[in-house]
Design a binder for this molecule. Structure first.
Ligand SMILES: [Zn+2]
Length: 246
């Protein structure tokens, strides 16, 4: 009989690609767990770009959204630069009330046609987070699902036609980090220090979130997550993904 408590064993992430586009809802979504993978990929000479649906203006309880938006945008650009990501775009949708639907799919499909990635990265589109019954947020669900859909939409010339923008049917995988159902992983070790530095760029957010020393907080959180995901990857600290091939 199989052991019902056994953790799944993850496959290595595909390595035969050059260009990725990460599509997420908010500043900090990639820094809470994915950035170690991104740092190691850019180190290998791969190109990774970020597309953020919002500027995260509703993410700091003690800061008015009009002030928070430019602060968080700046912190996100700095966080991206730390892991070798130069292209950071913001769609400027309203934080907290992103709606899943054709309008969002269209925005993401056009971005995929512009960037022409082989790999699309997004964050957990499921109802809950791994390891328990913590409910996910509507923005993550909407953007994650729309990114999965837009990978196909981008390749269909009859869906969301846009003059001057050719279809792009070259997305080979969509990789979802933070999924309760991971299938693949990449070693986190080579990128972990820069991932910690990348998360630390979200100074305003972290300061409002915790009274702890930011460095201790970031290290404990990211090293802990990499160890937990690595338990499913032969004990090597890892970033796990649910991979959807196309
Ligand atoms: Zn988020």
């Amino acid at each position: 009989m199989s052991d019902p408590t056994a953790r799944p064993t993850l496959e290595p992430m595909p390595a035969d690609w050059r260009t990725a586009l990460a599509i997420v809802a908010h500043p900090d979504d990639l820094e809470y767990g994915t950035a170690a993978a991104i740092a190691s990929w850019t180190d290998e000479g791969r190109s990774v770009s970020y597309l953020l649906a919002t500027r995260g203006e509703a993410g700091i309880d003690t800061m008015d959204p009009r002030r928070a938006a430019p602060v968080r945008e700046g912190e996100q650009r700095a966080a991206a630069a730390v892991v070798g990501v130069e292209s950071v775009e913001f769609l400027g949708l309203a934080d907290g009330t992103i709606e899943y639907g054709p309008a969002l799919r269209r925005e993401l499909a056009l971005a995929i046609r512009r960037h022409r990635p082989e790999l699309v990265i997004t964050v957990n589109h499921h109802d809950t987070w791994p390891g328990g019954r913590v409910w996910n947020t509507p923005d993550h669900r909407a953007v994650g699902r729309a990114a999965l859909d837009a990978a196909a939409d981008a390749g269909n010339r009859w869906i969301f036609p846009e003059p001057g923008l050719a279809p792009w049917d070259g997305v080979r995988w969509v990789a979802v980090s933070g999924s309760p159902y991971p299938t693949h992983a990449v070693a986190a070790g080579p990128g972990l220090e820069r991932a910690i530095a990348s998360l630390l760029e979200h100074r305003s957010y972290i300061a409002a979130l915790t009274g702890r020393d930011p460095r201790e907080y970031a290290r404990e959180l990211l090293a802990g997550a990499a160890a937990a995901e690595g338990a499913m990857f032969g004990g090597v600290a890892a970033v796990a993904f649910e991979l959807f091939p196309r």
